[in-house]
Design a protein around this ligand. Structure first.
Ligand SMILES: [Zn+2]
Length: 263
């Protein structure tokens, strides 16, 4: 089974605008339009069986509509595993998490930078407390700001692992976008998953190989970060950069199955 564990898709009405904002933020021209039609066409072309799609609430009022969309998407498309969202300012978290569970949602995605909190913010720790034992949780980690000033970083991620050891966590972008040397120091070898999204175009060879050698292979998941990148092209790039055999590549493409309870 091939799974892309990290993609974003947006309602057709707003996809165009969101994709423009992504371009402004990352300085990368997204390959996709950010719509489900485009994502599913690419996923099928690259022969993936499942794709994880995120949604994000940048303020509390967006939580319910974003999660309703996630529940619908997953019902509508058999290949979609949708992750839900939550915001530290949302009042009745327990009730919303119960609604997600009833809707078959297995994971949550957090992007501290875009959602406006720090990973060690006590308000956010309340969210983690409420989610405990209910969902796998994936975090955007890293970016251009150094760790202390960054809403997310490998150091804060490591403290979360200490605090919530029973929660399945994924540190996106190989432990921290542009924070790989700290990911090596703080996260590699620990009980945390990494995903390969938005990494291959940016990481130097020495750091990429060191992370791959030292982190358990079954905890490295394939993610494309669509619409920034194309799943099929990213899988090819991963194989070429790490000089993987066909079997080794398939192992990474399939690693998300157990995590998502698909085996
Ligand atoms: Zn992403």
């Amino acid at each position: 089974m091939r799974i892309d564990i990290h993609t974003h898709a947006f309602h057709p009405k707003v996809a165009h605008k969101v994709v423009e904002q992504l371009e402004g933020h990352y300085g990368i021209s997204p390959v996709g339009t950010g719509t489900m039609d485009d994502l599913l066409a690419r996923v099928r072309r690259a022969k993936f069986d499942k794709v994880v799609v995120f949604s994000a609430a940048t303020d509390p009022s967006q939580v319910i509509p974003a999660n309703s969309w996630a529940i619908e998407l997953q019902k509508e498309h058999p290949e979609v595993v949708a992750f839900g969202t939550m915001h530290p300012g949302f009042v009745d978290m327990d009730k919303e998490f119960a609604r997600l569970e009833r809707g078959g949602i297995r994971g949550l995605k957090f992007h501290p930078d875009f959602q406006g909190f720090f990973l060690d913010d006590p308000r956010f720790l309340r969210v983690m407390e409420a989610a405990r034992g209910r969902f796998a949780v994936i975090f955007h980690v890293g970016d251009k700001l150094p760790p202390e000033q960054n809403p997310s970083c490998p150091f804060k991620m490591a403290r979360l692992l200490d605090r919530f050891p029973e929660t399945t966590m994924i540190a996106a972008h190989m432990g921290g976008f542009m924070h790989w040397k700290w990911a090596l120091d703080q996260l590699v070898g620990r009980d945390v998953y990494f995903d390969t999204s938005s990494t291959l175009d940016f990481i130097p060879d020495d750091l990429l190989f060191e992370i791959f050698e030292r982190h358990p292979r079954e905890r490295i998941l394939f993610g494309s970060d669509y619409p920034l990148f194309d799943p099929g092209e990213e899988a090819k790039k991963l194989k070429a950069r790490l000089r993987l055999s066909d079997d080794e590549l398939e192992e990474i493409l399939g690693a998300g199955a157990r995590l998502l309870g698909l085996e």
